[in-house]
Design a protein. Sequence first.
Length: 122
Amino acid sequence: MDTLTQIVAVCDVLDQMTKDGSAVFLADIRSQWAAEMGLIRIGEYVNRLPVELLRQYPEQPWRTVVAMRNFAAHQYDDLEPRRVWQTLVVNIPSLRDYVSTVIIPGLGNAAQPDGDTAKSHE
């Protein structure tokens, strides 16, 4: 599975976590921790994308995606569940839509990036 498809797949999993609503999410620490891990995964995948690709699609806040990953990975005690919820219901659907409808089709039949040439964006 290539890096872009992995981003979409994690977005889909995170989307499923929102189906029961914010009250259920905010009351369930396991869901909160799982969502934080999903955000970490997305940030890791973005870090694997080639710099050239990120520059080609500047409409996404790539640095913010990686910053959220870093915050979730290193400041977990300070990560407010409501902030995670907002990220899940606002930013994740937007990222998923952009990757699946703009970037992947925009690459056409060219080989999709696998991250081998990526540089860290932290």
